[in-house]
Design a protein around this ligand. Structure first.
Ligand SMILES: C[S@@+](CC[C@H](N)C(=O)[O-])C[C@H]1O[C@@H](n2cnc3c(N)ncnc32)[C@H](O)[C@@H]1O
Length: 236
């Protein structure tokens, strides 16, 4: 099938998937539909430009523990775990299959400093406040709907101790998205104004590093791939 046809089918499919998730927890089962080849593709990203970019970002900061939101099978965590064997790393993902694949792969690779937990980003309540020096997400908040994004960001800020590093789709479109909570970009991503939403939570614009990332680092449908990074100050 030509790419345009595939994109059209996906743009119909994703809203249906969001509906199915609301009613039947569809996301938890999403990875069950991935083929062996698709999973290999995830692991095939290890060591790519995105990993190099993330390593560069981390080089500049100090941290003792690290949480990735929506870690999938740990394709991003692999490089981080190798670079920082002394750091305690946690990866959460909604999919139990992704978590199992990640666990098995890391065990067989002899990596012992990563814990995979099946968990939704919308349910961080059992993590105490200030519990992770770094909270990281890449291509995950794009799946969070406008209704949920503000409470999710609030929780991220609560649970973070020092640094929040988001690689997500940033965009400003006051006309179509006056509150900044999201514009739907087919095939199934939400682009939003994180800077504004974080500003509403008290994170000053001047304290947020915003950097467009190149397509070799991440090229989402709808564009806007951006690093949004800030340090949490005491008292938040
Ligand atoms: C596009 S993948 C990104 C994986 C990895 N972060 C990377 O950069 O390659 C998005 C991941 O987010 C997970 N995910 C989506 N919505 C989620 C939610 N509400 N809670 C937890 N994980 C979620 C999916 O299961 C999937 O593994």
């Amino acid at each position: 099938m030509v790419d345009g046809g595939k994109a059209k089918i996906k743009s119909l499919l994703y809203p249906m998937m969001a509906w199915a998730d609301r009613h039947f927890g569809f996301l938890e089962h999403c990875w069950s539909m991935k083929s062996g080849k698709q999973i290999e593709e995830y692991f095939g990203t290890i060591g790519d430009d995105a990993d190099r970019y993330i390593a560069g970002v981390l080089e500049a900061i100090q941290f003792e523990n690290f949480l990735e939101l929506g870690c999938g099978c740990g394709n991003r965590l692999f490089n981080i775990a190798k670079l920082y064997p002394q750091i305690k790393i946690t990866g959460i993902d909604v999919s139990s299959r992704a978590i199992k694949i990640g666990n098995d792969f890391f065990k067989s690779s002899g990596i012992e400093n990563v814990e995979f937990v099946q968990k939704r980003i919308e349910s961080l309540e059992d993590f105490p406040s200030d519990s992770f020096d770094v909270i990281f997400s890449r291509a995950t908040l794009i799946y969070i709907s406008p209704k949920k994004i503000v409470p999710v960001l609030k929780e991220i800020v609560r649970v973070a101790k020092k640094h929040v590093i988001l690689m997500e789709m940033q965009g400003e479109d006051l006309k179509n998205d006056p509150r900044g909570t999201g514009i739907f970009c087919p095939p199934g991503n939400w682009k939003r104004d994180y800077v504004r939403l974080l500003g509403d939570l008290g994170i000053e614009k001047e304290c947020i590093r915003v950097e467009e990332v190149s397509t070799s680092v991440w090229s989402p449908g709808g564009g806007g791939a951006t690093l949004i990074m800030f340090e949490k100050k005491k008292g938040f």
